[in-house]
Design a binder for this molecule. Structure first.
Ligand code: NAD
Length: 262
């Protein structure tokens, strides 16, 4: 059987993380070459502990070793999505090595939990820069290549892109921004490029372990039981399968799909 994404080239930012790793794995399983853009050391104190301890680019290299096969290539580029020069260099490197870009997955993101009254300006800026500006910068750099390939942009937003949450004003603002960017870009880029967003519900990652579970003050399992009608958390593979769906469907654009078990 021919895989649906054979010959495609994907970029996944933050692909060293759990959700990005699941998306990269599913895109590769559907036949795509995969480039992961991630960083080992963030120049900020506002990042979840685990990502800082085990660098994203290092984890991405381990993932790439697992998904590379004889037919498909996988590659890691060290790239901070908040830096336009690094994004532009990353896109140039992908074109040099792979000649095309079909799928851009803007997935890199960070979270902290702080009430607005106590929030430092730099904390607001870091979350907005990584989660919102990073997606703009990567889209801007990749658009000419995506127009050429009739490709797709997939942005990882969140249910925090649709609802508010106390203690997460900066994060919710950044994810609402992702959905605004998604809708607007889908209009700008039609009919060449489709643009959609994935809104994950609860995926067990460092975001939960380090930030959200301590903030909510109940165990992770208690949160799942209380908050999710389907009674189960979501997986990186769930997000990856939706990404493959978006990549395969030229008639779906400007949409966000919530994958949160109800
Ligand atoms: P994660 O910490 O496992 O992954 C995030 C990755 O982004 C890490 O590898 C990190 O190194 C990378 N990253 C951070 N800043 C970066 C930068 N400036 N440049 C490049 N890479 C950078 O967390 P995750 O849960 O897999 O998060 C992935 C996305 O999913 C994020 O956008 C997050 O907001 C979103 N999300 C997660 C959940 C959840 O329940 N885990 C729910 C909704 C949305």
């Amino acid at each position: 059987d021919k895989n649906t994404l054979d010959g495609a080239v994907s970029i996944v930012t933050g692909g060293g993380g759990d959700i990005g790793g699941g998306i990269a794995t599913e895109l590769a399983a559907a036949g795509s070459d995969v480039v992961i853009a991630d960083v080992d050391i963030l120049e900020t104190e506002y990042n979840q502990k685990s990502s800082a301890e085990i660098g994203g680019a290092t984890r991405a290299r381990e993932l790439v070793d697992r998904i590379e096969s004889e037919d498909q290539r996988a590659h890691v580029v060290d790239c901070d999505v908040t830096k336009a020069d690094q994004i532009d260099a990353m896109v140039d490197e992908v074109i040099d090595e792979f000649s095309r870009i079909d799928i851009l997955v803007n997935n890199a993101g960070v979270i902290t939990a702080t009430p607005v009254e106590e929030m430092a300006e730099a904390e607001w800026e870091t979350v907005m820069d990584v989660n919102a500006k990073g997606m703009f910068l990567a889209a801007r750099a990749a658009i000419p290549h995506l127009r050429e390939s009739k490709g797709t942009i997939i942005n990882t937003a969140s249910i925090a892109g649709e609802i508010g949450a106390a203690g997460l004003a900066h994060y919710c603002a950044s994810k609402h921004a992702v959905l605004g960017l998604t809708k607007s870009l889908s209009l700008e880029l039609a009919p060449d490029v489709t643009v959609n967003a994935i809104c994950p519900g609860i995926v067990e990652t460092p975001m939960w372990e380090d930030v959200l579970t301590p903030e909510i003050g109940e165990s992770y399992d208690e949160t799942i039981d209380r908050a999710i009608p389907m009674g189960r958390d979501q997986t990186p593979e769930d997000m990856g399968r939706l990404a493959v769906f978006f990549a395969e469907n030229r008639n779906v654009t400007g949409q966000s799909v919530v994958v949160d078990g109800g």
